[in-house]
Ligand binder design. Sequence first.
Ligand SMILES: Cc1cc2nc3c(=O)[nH]c(=O)nc-3n(C[C@H](O)[C@H](O)[C@H](O)COP(=O)(O)OP(=O)(O)OC[C@H]3O[C@@H](n4cnc5c(N)ncnc54)[C@H](O)[C@@H]3O)c2cc1C
Length: 465
Amino acid sequence: MITSSAADKLKSHFRGELILPSDPRYDAARSVFNVAIDRRPALIARCASPDDVIQAVNFARQEKLIASIRGTGHNVAGFAVCDDGIVIDLSRMKGITVDASARTVCAEAGCNWGEVNDVLQAYGLAATGGFVSVTGVSGLTLGGGLGWLVRKHGLALDNLLSADVVLADGRLVTASARENDDLFWAIRGGGGNFGVVTSFKFQAHSVGTVLAGIVLHPAAAAAGAIRRWRDLEAMAPDESTQGALLFHMPDDPSTPEPLRGAPIVGLGGVYAGAVEEGERVLRPLREYGPPLVDMFQPAPYNTAQRMADFLWPAGLHSYWKSSYLKPLSDDAIDVVVAFFARVPSRRTVIVLEHNGDSAWDRVPDSATAFGHRTWPYNFVVTSAWSDPKDAERNVTWTRDFFDAMRPFAAPGAYVNYLGGDEGADGLKAAYGAKLAHLAALKAKFDPANLFRMNLNIAPASVVGA
Ligand SMILES: Cc1cc2nc3c(=O)[nH]c(=O)nc-3n(C[C@H](O)[C@H](O)[C@H](O)COP(=O)(O)OP(=O)(O)OC[C@H]3O[C@@H](n4cnc5c(N)ncnc54)[C@H](O)[C@@H]3O)c2cc1C
């Protein structure tokens, strides 16, 4: 419970919006991307500035409230919202400034990647970002940041130059290689465990126009198509980041027959180099089959970043499972194809990513809290459905699929793709041997574990490390 005198005190200095359960905006303000998440915070503090964030953090600490941090609310585990505590909501903090000569961009914590890359495109620049445009800069970067430029320029966090962070004690500090370097190490992979980041400064890159798209094959041809993709990926230059996706085409009049509602395997992504060279490199992928449709074409990077958005619309119930893979074997591909053949929901997408053998794994493992750069392939099952009654069927299928993939799984997981129910196993999978150092840093920066709505790293004093 929040006392009205405490809330009044916060209100007197807060420039943003304070939304209580009685507020007509409350239900919209507590909803997140995954509609299966239904949490009821005591207060949503929609911050307008770093000063608001400081006040919200101080308020949470003084009132002994659990605090969750919301970037854009895209995290499938729903960590952005909590029950009975305070949501420190950054979604209205959307300032973006570009230094074109230094090729850097500063983005406030409420931005998504589409917004950042729209601004950068005018300068012929792009930031690494994600595979879709609507994912938040904040959570994506703090957990890692896989996207269409990962093989050429690394993760989003590999391109982070500095971040402004409000710590649990209310201090606003800068973390970079020169200032608070231990905090800088921890936030690059350690998620929202160490404080509230109010803004990020990234290295941007000259990208301009890329060759982007996808070739579509019928799902019946998936085993051969995925093998072909895997074999070509093994030789692909850093400029090329391509994935294999199993999904159903939209079942609506905008999709021409015979594709409408069809189960599909798509092979595609971005070639971030000279378009003519991309045409040469991607020709064997595009000619294989031949495909039903070849949608590759030159595009501005900010357009290319939106090409997969339609696969993950908001407003669905979601449950995800993910793991890195040991080299992607034929047997693993056969399991993927067999499970897709009996997927219970047409909204579910299975993604096989190839991020490695590239700029991504040339960063030393010790450089950041992010781990597992040794595993080049990753798979993520993004189960989604619209009727809550279908939850059990979909969750069971997802878990069975994940279990069937265990023989091929590497001992590591990408924190941003976890579904939230992995507990201690998920923590170990995400951080492995780095966990003890992270727990020591958690004890330094957040000893009372104020920030625990996340894949939580307990402070070392608590776990006795
Ligand atoms: C449709 C979809 C597509 C995705 N695509 C990709 C992809 O291409 N690449 C990829 O790497 N990941 C991807 N993800 C996963 C994504 O990186 C995570 O879900 C990430 O947490 C989203 O960040 P957010 O700020 O939107 O999340 P939120 O739900 O707002 O926040 C998630 C958590 O991150 C932490 N956090 C957020 N903001 C801050 C902050 N400013 N300071 C401190 N902690 C903070 C908090 O712990 C918070 O609870 C995708 C997710 C979805 C749903």
